[in-house]
Design a protein around this ligand. Structure first.
Ligand code: ADP
Ligand code: ASP
Ligand code: MG
Length: 431
């Protein structure tokens, strides 16, 4: 994997040599958890500034703050009005961006903190999961040209009507990449509490290995299947706009992981990472008519509510009926179940069943395209540990299995070991 470092070295070498660049940095919640951490972040920013770089810095809310705000609203009602909910949860980033800007100015560095609506970052009006439509860059560029460090509150935007929106959990990553794309930045650095993207969540697998680089496509599959180190939409944007993306720690000076275009080296790797997702729930609808239009009737109303269905399995039965099982985000579970109960009545379904206690474990790797044995090894490994597979789905470079939630950690560790991911060389072994 030596070649893997080259892209990153080139970029970092540029930084070291003092070539002036436009860099977008994003600091996650733990990186700005308290005033001491904010000070450390400010010092890092200042070091870049001293080398002559222009900096646009996106911040998340201080660690735990978004959860605290969500919890406040939920104490009032299970279903808070979404416009007001976004108004509330977006305030976490207002606090951290202002604090960082105050810190920088107190250190003698001119800066300006901007909220989403002040940029403006225009989004759709789907509250709690809005998508960025357009970013106006004039104000940012003007501040940069005046030598200011621009701090931007992550996770939030504004509709054309002036309503504040949020982008979904982890959305500050997306703010950062979207800004990097809009500003045509030279580099987008995502600072977090781990040293990069690992072969599995280092909190679960202690011998997980840090990847020096990974392709956009693999990272997209990892993010979409649960590796929360990067939010999925941010990877999607980075891939489309070819934003050079680095994930690294704000606690150390380690080099991090470069997310970039696939190269020959990456293709040889069978499995790059193991992911898990405990944030989905399963819904089954049994005994619906097996005829054209039924799937559309079931999934149409769910899609209309902005609920993203992940896996779907349909089984045709000998009696001319069908059973359909699918997964939705746990946060949308109750709403989806209610919708399905209504649809079930219309379709005269026999029975509806829901199970929020599931987990999805996945293996991701570009080399899977040419190695069919990978899926079998995954199934065998789960079987060896007596873990029952409830659902399976595959893509070109990913295999996912839904299992009982209580076996998540066991499954992730077993798969990490089975594919020998702790050892850089053995992952290239043929299966
Ligand atoms: P931030 O607040 O900085 O956005 P997050 O908590 O959203 O940080 O993401 C970082 C976390 O992602 C890590 O602490 C780690 O536990 C988790 N994670 C899950 N899978 C991976 C992985 N494959 N590599 C690195 N981190 C991972
Ligand atoms: N503060 C938001 C969250 O906790 C956004 C982010 O951190 O990226 O989800
Ligand atoms: Mg995050």
């Amino acid at each position: 994997m030596n070649g893997g470092l080259k892209g990153l070295e080139k970029i970092l070498y540029g930084v070291k040599r003092g070539k002036a660049m436009l860099i977008v940095q994003k600091y996650g919640g733990t990186s700005v958890a308290n005033l001491e951490r904010i000070r450390a972040v400010a010092e890092r920013i200042v070091n870049y500034k001293k080398e002559g770089h222009d900096l646009v810095v996106v911040v998340s809310a201080m660690a735990g703050e978004t959860d605290r705000l969500i919890n406040l609203a939920k104490q009032i009602t299970e279903n808070p009005p979404l416009r007001e909910f976004d108004l509330l949860v977006s305030t976490g980033e207002q606090v951290s961006s202002a604090l960082l800007s105050i810190t920088l100015q107190s250190m003698g560095y001119p800066s300006i903190a901007l909220l989403g609506y002040q940029v403006p970052i225009y989004t759709t009006d789907l509250f709690t999961k809005a998508r960025i439509k357009e970013i106006k860059t004039e104000k940012i560029k003007e501040s940069l040209s005046k030598g200011k460090i621009v701090i931007i509150a992550g996770f939030q935007g504004v509709t054309e009507n002036g309503d504040i929106t949020t982008l979904g959990r982890g959305g500050s990553d997306t703010t950062a990449v979207a800004l990097a794309a809009a500003l045509k930045a030279d580099l987008c650095e995502i600072y977090t509490d781990v040293e990069g993207v690992f072969t599995a969540d280092p909190r679960i697998v202690t011998n997980a290995r840090k990847l020096k680089k990974i392709s956009y496509e693999e990272m997209l599959e990892m993010a979409s299947s649960g590796a929360k180190v990067l939010e999925m939409r941010s990877v999607e944007l980075a891939m489309i706009y070819k934003v050079p993306l680095v994930v690294r720690s704000s606690f150390t000076n380690s080099e991090g992981t470069l997310i970039t275009e696939e190269d020959e080296e990456m293709e040889k790797v069978l499995v790059s990472g193991i992911t898990y997702n405990r944030n989905e729930a399963r819904i089954s609808i049994y005994g619906v008519p097996d005829k054209p239009g039924v799937a559309a009737k079931i999934f149409g109303p769910i899609g209309d509510k902005g609920i993203v269905v992940d896996m779907i399995i349909q089984t045709a039965r000998p009696d001319g009926k069908a059973d359909i099982t699918f997964t939705v985000p746990k946060t949308d579970y109750k709403e989806a179940l209610k919708l399905i109960e209504e649809i079930g009545k219309q379709l005269e379904a026999e029975r509806i069943e829901g199970d929020p206690n599931i987990a999805k474990v996945s293996i991701v790797g570009a080399g899977m395209r040419t190695h069919p044995g990978v899926a079998t090894k995954m199934f065998e490994t789960l079987a060896k540990h007596s873990i029952n597979i409830m659902m399976i789905s595959t893509s070109e470079i990913k295999v996912s299995c839904v299992i009982d939630e209580k076996y998540t950690e066991l499954a992730v560790r077993a798969l990490h070991e089975a594919f020998k991911l702790e050892n850089e060389n053995s992952i290239k072994e043929e299966i």
